[in-house]
Write a protein that binds this ligand. Sequence first.
Ligand SMILES: NC(=O)c1ccc[n+]([C@@H]2O[C@H](COP(=O)([O-])OP(=O)(O)OC[C@H]3O[C@@H](n4cnc5c(N)ncnc54)[C@H](O)[C@@H]3O)[C@@H](O)[C@H]2O)c1
Length: 328
Amino acid sequence: MILITGGAGYIGSHTVINLLNNNYEVVIFDNLSTGHIETVNMLKSIGDIKFEQGDLFNIKDLENLFSKYDIEAVIHFAAFSLVEESCINPQKYYINNVIGTLNLLNTMLKYNVKKIVFSSTCATYGVPKTLPIDENHPQNPINPYGNTKLTVEGILKDYDKAYELKSIILRYFNVAGCDHLTRIGEWHIPETHLIPNILKSVTEKDKVFKIFGTDYDTKDGTCIRDYVNVEDLAEAHRLAFEYLNKKNKSDIFNIGTEKGNTVKEIFDICKKITNTNIKVEETQRRAGDPPILYANAKKAKEILGWTPKKTLYDSIKTAFEWQRKLTD
Ligand SMILES: NC(=O)c1ccc[n+]([C@@H]2O[C@H](COP(=O)([O-])OP(=O)(O)OC[C@H]3O[C@@H](n4cnc5c(N)ncnc54)[C@H](O)[C@@H]3O)[C@@H](O)[C@H]2O)c1
């Protein structure tokens, strides 16, 4: 059985569907702090999953979990991930993302579970020195959130050397879209990601979408990001788990499409898909936004055999259908 921490959240729940489709047994562990019971109930209607409500911070919850189920590996999504909040309240982030993960790893060791796939992020690279960003790019996070993820990466390296706990670290770029049947989707409160925020300006009255900075050195002056579809990302987790099972070797992979799109390009696709003249306000740059980020994901393609299959259009289309469901 595979343990999915944070499986009631956005990326974790999509990975659960992928694993169910590939006949894996899963147990979700989630404290529902940012995840949703409705998502868990939907997953239960799709397949035979187990759900344990609990907190990484509570060793007893972890002990109960590992003694109740025969866990062979962990895919670890549970974390807080709001960059701005992490700057205001770093303590909350270090406690949850670092100490929470240490509790998980130590319980894994106690129960002799030695395989983990970990959700890291391109935020660990900080402001890029070279583009596209490959896995050897220097890591200099510019916010506490990125620091917590980099800290865990370091812990995983040390735990491999000392205890032979093997890990696959996936550093994802921006994630977008939802389940193609719109059964689950992106449901962050507050929502800080670009695509759902543009779409909320369509589904929610009085919401005006803001572009932060139109004077960057890019083709139309707005920031460039690499948007990977969440179903493709879910597939990357399954492939990473299977690689780990087969090779029993730690490794690190970027997961992105290797294509960059500007905020204005995304906005234009949203206008087309929603057939709406979305209200927009152009404002100042936000501190800490690198102008351009996009991945070199050749390693994941060559070693994991992963290829992104969905287009940005697919992602925005499903995201819009989901957004309409959420506001209905
Ligand atoms: N969404 C993105 O664009 C993105 C990009 C790069 C990396 N990531 C990483 O991917 C992972 C998943 O992101 P997401 O967007 O699905 O977030 P999410 O908030 O939707 O999901 C996180 C889940 O973890 C649970 N959780 C948090 N702390 C917990 C704890 N202490 N104990 C038990 N459960 C806990 C939450 O309730 C939630 O269900 C995170 O680690 C995030 O840092 C996300």
